[in-house]
Ligand binder design. Structure first.
Ligand code: 4FV
Length: 257
């Protein structure tokens, strides 16, 4: 995977590329990443990349010429790459989209600043408009980092263990199970015994139940939109049964009251 970021602040990406799994992925040539300064494509001697909005109003807009030149020049060096504009108008980024983007050889990430980019850039030069959330940032750079981070960890070899990403939250449409590590006892809170048992099937069953119940409690919407497996249905039925028994064990109180 080859990431190229188009931005007027390329230096913002240095610390991002020098730490953790992204750094390791670059060192192991699992990904390649570079930042291109849009200013380098501005024709005028002041290398201006923004101008006042037609129709008046506050703020500035990113000029189409430097952006178009930067996108076209970079696309030539990255055949088959998809052009992504980070913008609040985009589809909300999620794990499914991260998997889709990770399937390409290259991604050109266009980072807006000011009020945004001239609309004519979106028409012919952008394949994906993506938003990382329903809020407004001062620039697309942080959104580009979020996207690169989520996509990088899905590139085979980036996470070390081959299947690590398969066990992700959202990989099967559920939140991840609870995680524990040493010490066994922390402030009088013990690690669930089953995790110390070495009994892999019991541990797997516990983790599935943990995932299903955490998803039910924290993100029930995820359960609504997914096809439940037989095991997941069995977990929900077990808890449904338990709740019914509790309700039945309170005589005098009618169903549904
Ligand atoms: C944004 C988002 C975002 C809008 C104007 C940059 C800013 C400024 N990008 N997800 N939310 N971008 O707020 O991706 O140009």
């Amino acid at each position: 995977m080859f990431f190229t970021v188009l931005t007027i602040f390329p230096e913002m990406f240095d610390p991002f590329w020098q730490h953790g799994i992204v750094r390791r992925a670059i060192e192991h040539k699992i990904i390649r990443a570079s930042a291109v300064n849009i200013r380098d494509f501005a024709e005028d001697r002041h290398r201006v990349t923004d101008d006042r909005p037609y129709g008046g109003g506050s703020g500035m807009v990113m000029k189409p010429e430097p952006l178009a030149a930067a996108i076209r020049e970079t696309s030539q060096t990255l055949p088959g790459a998809k052009n992504v504009l980070l913008t609040p108008q985009g589809r909300i980024f999620n794990q499914q989209m991260a998997r889709e983007l990770a399937s390409y050889d290259g991604l050109i990430l266009v980072c807006g600043r000011y009020e945004g980019v001239d609309e004519r850039i979106c028409h012919d030069l952008i394949d994906y408009e993506i938003s990382i959330g329903g809020y407004v940032l001062t620039g697309g750079e942080l959104a580009a980092m979020v996207l690169m981070d989520a996509v990088t960890r899905l590139i085979p070899g980036a996470l070390g263990g081959e299947d690590a990403a398969e066990k992700d939250s959202f990989s099967d449409g559920l939140l991840e199970h609870a995680h524990y590590t040493r010490p066994r006892l922390f402030e009088d809170r013990a690690v669930p015994e089953v995790l110390l048992s070495g009994h892999h099937q019991d541990i797997e069953n516990w983790r599935l139940e943990s995932s299903v119940m955490r998803t039910l409690l924290k993100r029930p919407d995820l359960l609504q939109d997914k096809n439940l497996t037989r095991q997941e249905r069995r977990v929900l039925k077990k808890w449904h049964q338990a709740i019914e028994e509790i309700l039945d064990s309170h005589p005098g109180q009618t169903k549904g009251s």
